[in-house]
Ligand binder design. Structure first.
Ligand SMILES: Cc1cc2nc3c(=O)[nH]c(=O)nc-3n(C[C@H](O)[C@H](O)[C@H](O)COP(=O)(O)OP(=O)(O)OC[C@H]3O[C@@H](n4cnc5c(N)ncnc54)[C@H](O)[C@@H]3O)c2cc1C
Length: 472
């Protein structure tokens, strides 16, 4: 290691890895320090249950990663990343045995909403479909890290996306489309009537039609391993099992970039109450299953989908979100996001067997057991599910927080996605990646454009860092 590095990155989640790669590819010397024994943070894969069953304890479905301008600019395929696309990106089954779907085809999706809403859906998505790559770059680069390439489409997207998703739902006359959209918003644990929640639903829908909702072959660890391999190829170094508690724990560098929570950064760098107003959101309860066969969904569409949302209607989904985020209690009928990677990736489980991934929302810091409520929900849409279970690994907020210090109280978004904090995080600032110390930066999902495996906070933060490095 040189006596003075250009940049030190703390935390090897998707954003820390991306920030490190972006700096290394611009010729800066970079070292990365990670608290855990392997890189990956929220994008990793482990044999959590039985030998031969490879589970993703955190992210599994990757609509944002495959669309990400940061990842698309990197040679991740050369380092082993392979996206596998299920026949349907997503299905949302209903209690009557039918399902609405997000298909690669707009026509199939619209038809699944029923004749009264098919036209409204086409009118909603069509203006953005052919501009997706530019649009995604524009809104994921905000604020102020790049001028929009297509300001007109971005403004139009803002008009549709900034209002609450409950407004978007009014475009639809029937419950099928409303329910599917409510479920999409719930992916980031946002309240359905929250600011900019229409944009969340719309982004997931557009991603399905344009670049899909794939899983990574072999598991999400492949994303992190590809980023780390590229970093090493560029001369960067990676140090695992190294928890940073104080700035003095780190080697001398011209810049320090933190893929941590704002709270941890304030503690490590001595920023006092600089981020005291930053709020954390509800937690999740996660179960990874080893199954004896595929999930016995009643709706045939759900058997073909990579991701399956579970919530009988938009009211049930709204009630589940309210219980976890406002009423401080576990929902009776939790809204579930489930992913079944082995419908498309045979490397994840022994022949004929499957891995199955599911989580529901619970209050911040909740330490109960949601297993029974989750399995009761699954049995409504897949009778006989319990008979297929060979083994399960559960993790509530305390276990998630122990696994990754960024998941404070089990909040997998490292900060509530509500109010202005949806877009302006971790502070109301035009320069969210900078901190009170001119050499210290933050790049985690607590910065724009927020949660998900896409590396854009890391990419944007790296720009702020290299601008500073070139000035000094
Ligand atoms: C159950 C679950 C399901 C999810 N599902 C999806 C999904 O399907 N699709 C999707 O796109 N996203 C999903 N996510 C969210 C996704 O994992 C996160 O958005 C993403 O990982 C955030 O990346 P990050 O780099 O900001 O932080 P993280 O991935 O959290 O990485 C932070 C890293 O920093 C390290 N660290 C923290 N403090 C220190 C310290 N003091 N010293 C050294 N190292 C430190 C941590 O150990 C960790 O490795 C899910 C998350 C969870 C938990």
């Amino acid at each position: 290691m040189p006596s003075m590095l250009d940049a030190v990155v703390v935390g090897a989640g998707p954003n820390g890895l991306t920030a490190a790669v972006e700096l290394a590819r611009r010729g800066f010397s970079v070292a990365l320090f990670e608290a855990k024994g392997t890189v990956g943070g929220g994008a990793r894969t482990e044999e959590l249950t039985l030998p031969g069953f490879r589970h993703d304890p955190c992210s599994a479905a990757h609509p944002l990663a495959v669309s990400s301008p940061a990842f698309r600019g990197l040679p991740l395929e050369r380092h082993g990343l392979q996206w596998l696309h299920p026949e349907l990106p997503m299905a949302h089954p209903f209690p009557d045995g039918t399902a609405a779907v997000l298909s690669r085809s707009v026509g199939e999706t619209a038809a699944s909403f029923g004749p009264r809403d098919a036209g409204a859906y086409r009118r909603l998505v069509t203006p953005f479909l052919h501009r997706w790559d530019t649009l995604v770059r524009d809104f994921m680069s905000l604020p102020l890290t790049a001028l929009p390439r297509d300001p007109v489409t971005l403004a139009r997207f803002g008009l549709v996306g900034l209002p609450p998703s409950t407004w978007l739902a009014r475009r639809f006359r029937d419950e099928r489309a409303r329910t599917l959209f409510a479920g999409l918003v719930a992916h980031v644990m946002a309240p359905l009537n929250g600011f900019a929640t229409s944009a969340i639903g719309l982004v997931f829908a557009l991603a399905a039609h344009t670049r899909g909702w794939p899983v990574a072959r072999g598991g999400s660890q492949a994303i992190s391993d590809a980023l780390a391999a590229h970093l090493r190829e560029l001369g960067g170094t990676v140090h695992t099992d190294y928890e940073v508690k104080r700035l003095d724990d780190l080697p001398p560098a011209r810049a320090y970039v933190f893929d941590t929570s704002p709270t941890a950064l304030a503690r490590i760098a001595g920023f006092g109450d600089h981020y005291a107003r930053y709020r954390y959101g509800p937690g999740v309860f996660k179960i990874d299953y080893a199954l004896d066969g595929p999930v016995p969904w009643t709706a045939p569409e759900a058997r073909r989908a990579g991701t399956v949302q579970i919530g009988a209607d938009s009211a049930e989904i709204g009630a589940a979100l309210r219980a976890a985020s406002r009423e401080n209690r576990a929902p009776d009928a939790p809204f579930l996001i489930t992913v079944q990677p082995s419908v498309v990736d045979p490397t994840r489980a022994p022949d004929g067997k499957h891995v199955f991934w599911v989580y529901g929302h619970v209050p911040h810091g909740w330490n109960g057991d949601l297993t029974d409520a989750i399995e009761r929900q699954l049995e409504r849409f897949a009778p006989g599910f319990r008979d297929r279970v060979l083994a399960r690994a559960t993790a509530g907020p305390p276990e998630l927080a122990a696994r990754n210090a960024n998941y404070i109280g089990g909040d997998i978004a490292t900060g509530a996605v509500s109010g202005l904090q949806t877009l302006l995080r971790p502070k109301l600032s035009l320069f969210p990646y900078t901190t009170p110390h001119p050499a210290v930066f933050i790049c985690s999902q607590a910065t724009p454009p927020g949660p998900g495996v896409h590396g854009m906070p890391g990419h944007n933060a790296a720009k702020a860092v290299w601008r500073r490095l070139r000035q000094t």
